[in-house]
Design a protein around this ligand. Structure first.
Ligand code: FES
Length: 336
């Protein structure tokens, strides 16, 4: 597995539930510091190996070091382990930066809809646009309460620094309730060609996306970043198999045994997600390692990926998002 190494040079408490980790690549490590990219982090806990992806919240345009921001997820093994254990001076191993959440055209105006920790890639793009380009930017940023706003001061400072170009609305659920389409109306401007960006919890993103589509925003102008999703083929289209689902996949996740039925054409992760089970995943394309798990018994075919090498496969590691069954009974574990 080809990994990059970084040293943690600062740990910043952003809110009660989230920390930023400022990272310096070790000598000789060349890593792409681009807005909207995420770092797939290799986390070695006492209970085993995990991969979790965290977006860069830093911008090279502001001469910042690499920075990721991690919000504790309830029951999240990776996020809680990082927040509890990683300290200044530690080393972090990652796969190369990945992701495609970035503008198509930096000359267009941008509208961002962010919820909670969805602000992390968004602030990186905003800083890059403000420092390197001339466009205008609007941000709708929803949080449950004021104390959960990540980068509150930094965002307010950017508004003061760029008053004619940056406009932010901080939406607090505990004051106004969950935002509905009425809250989004002011962000539609038919006269301008604007790019829209969505990043946050799935229900929030779904609500905003429905609103944009109903408002006749062309889908090509909408870019989304979700931290879990369905499995796609290489063209980005969701693959739905019609083959018989006669394979039983038993899997261990967070100490609980579960099972789904698959066909030999199905990617295993896709079937687990479709069953409504919240399994670690991010890119769904074999690039981030989030869905790495151990094949305990049975056979799978592992399609192309950029994470595992031959020795990982010999040790039994597979990626659920790129694995299709090749025996009728399969047992895997996400708890290794
Ligand atoms: S979800 Fe990224 S490698 Fe499987």
């Amino acid at each position: 597995m080809n990994t990059l190494k970084f040293r943690v040079i600062d740990k910043i408490a952003e809110t009660k539930e989230s920390f930023s980790f400022v990272l310096k690549p070790l000598d000789g490590v060349l890593a792409e510091h681009s807005p909207g990219k995420y770092l797939p982090i290799k986390i070695r806990t006492e209970k085993g190996l995990l991969f979790r992806s965290y977006s860069l919240s830093s911008s090279a345009s502001a001469n910042e070091d690499f920075k990721i921001t991690v919000k504790r997820e309830r029951g999240g093994r990776g996020s809680n382990w990082l927040c509890d254990n990683v300290k200044v001076g530690d080393f972090i191993e990652t796969l190369p930066p990945a992701g495609s959440f970035h503008p198509q055209n930096w000359d267009r105006d941008f509208v961002f809809f962010a919820g909670g920790s969805g602000i992390t890639p968004v602030i990186s793009i905003i800083k890059t646009a403000l420092n390197r380009h001339k466009n205008r930017i609007k941000l709708f940023y929803a949080n449950s309460s004021e104390s959960s706003i990540i980068f509150h001061k930094e965002l307010k400072d950017l508004c003061l620094q760029f008053p004619d170009r940056l406009d932010i609305q901080f939406w607090l659920d505990d004051e106004k309730g969950i935002p509905t389409s009425i809250a989004f109306e002011q962000y539609i401007d038919d006269a301008l060609e604007v790019e829209y960006f969505l990043c946050g919890p799935a229900p929030f993103m779904g609500g905003v996306e429905n609103f944009l589509i109903e408002s006749k925003v062309p889908p090509g102008l909408i870019t989304k970043e979700s931290f879990a999703g369905s499995v796609s083929d290489d063209n980005g289209d969701t693959v739905e198999s019609s083959a018989e689902k006669d394979v039983t996949v038993n899997f261990m996740l967070n100490g609980i045994k579960n099972s789904v039925m698959c066909s030999e054409d199905d990617f295993i992760l896709n079937e687990i997600i479709k069953a409504g089970i919240n399994v670690p995943s991010s890119c769904c394309a074999g690039n981030c390692g989030s869905c790495m798990c151990l094949l305990v018994s049975g056979d799978v075919i592992l399609e192309s990926n950029t994470v595992l090498d031959a020795s990982d496969e010999e040790d039994g590691w597979i990626l659920a998002c790129r694995s299709k069954p090749r025996s009728k009974n399969i047992e895997i574990s996400f708890d290794q």
